[in-house]
Design a protein around this ligand. Sequence first.
Ligand code: NIG
Ligand code: FE
Length: 416
Amino acid sequence: MSLLVTGIGQLVTNDPTPRPGMSPLGVFGLPAAEARLGTMADAALIVSGRHIVWSGPRQAAPPADRSMDLGGAAVVPGFVDSHTHLVFAGDRAVEFEARMTGSPYTGGGISVTVEATRQASDEALRAGLRSLRDEAAAQGTTTMEIKSGYGLEVGQEARLLRLAREVTEETTYLGAHVVPGGVQRDVYVESVCGPMLAACAPHARWADVFCEPHSPVAFDADEARAILVAAAQAGLGLRVHGNQLGHGPGVQLAVELGAASVDHCTFVTDEDIEALAATAPMSQDDGRPAAEGSDRGTVATLLPGVEYSTRMPYPDSQRFLEAGAVVALATDCNPGTCYSSSMPWVISLAVRELGMSAAEAVWSATRGGALALRRQDVGWLGPGSLAHLCVLDAPDYRHLAYRPGVPLARGLVLTD
Ligand code: NIG
Ligand code: FE
């Protein structure tokens, strides 16, 4: 069976390989970031199974068994939200309100969510998780990473990962979110590296550590290294929460240990940026989806919703991009530092506050997120990719930044 998708007024492929019918727009005379989007006007796609098998201009499309017309919409790859904490109970609206009037964020509120989450039934957690997943999909997200981290006991962390696995393959063991109250720090680190890891590894693809010397409850470089090394030995890929509250060792540790991503990167030195650029999984001028090397290297994942919700200064994306680091954008959706699942909102913040062009922000929210998860099958649209679309109620991808807060985007996962 095959499905022909037409009525795509503008198609962002993230595949700059020149193809017949790709408008000159996609190749010549444009800044690199725009050329990298591989944009086509009046395009069509053919889907077979779960994959795209053909893309090109509408007039050149071969016949298919059935068809679907998108009415002239702009289509971008479905968003890849590579950083979320969606399995939790309760909310912290009061803490948010206090921050808006000057209280600092230190990570202390995490324990409030841990208490509520431990008390919640599987059904309640599942309902909250699915509702947030659906909320994200309604705004164009088609791939999500989901972390544990609000259980902080062996059985609880494994439970959160089991629930997360019900909705995504991209599950992350974050037993090392904070040291829970009443537990000695070294005893907890031993558990995170030992019995908790053993219980969680079967349900996780990744492990993450909140490496942050500026929080009294997070982990220092030595603790984080021990946890990440143990996780890698257990077969998990690595990610790091680093450099969020002040300068710290997170970026250097992530690069040293070959983590797929270091997330936040709010306070970084030029040396940190050089280290990220030296390990970048692809050159900024080469957006090709199948670049060799995409199974290694460390992406810098920026989370501007966190700076918004904690009133912290925003990082300057151009420091990373000009140096040649690969940048992803993600929501960090969680009840403390950013209770939003909206990738379009993150894109608009990135353009307004991180200094990205719309083209850079859309690429980072799609292909950048895919690289942060070391995925070759998502974050782009063309022969070989999954048919994960984000359809915009707009003629041009720039509207994602131009029309903030307007529900333009919806996720569309196609099969024939
Ligand atoms: O990514 N930095 C640590 N963890 C989360 C916040 C979690 C919370 O405050 O509940 C973050 O910002
Ligand atoms: Fe986070």
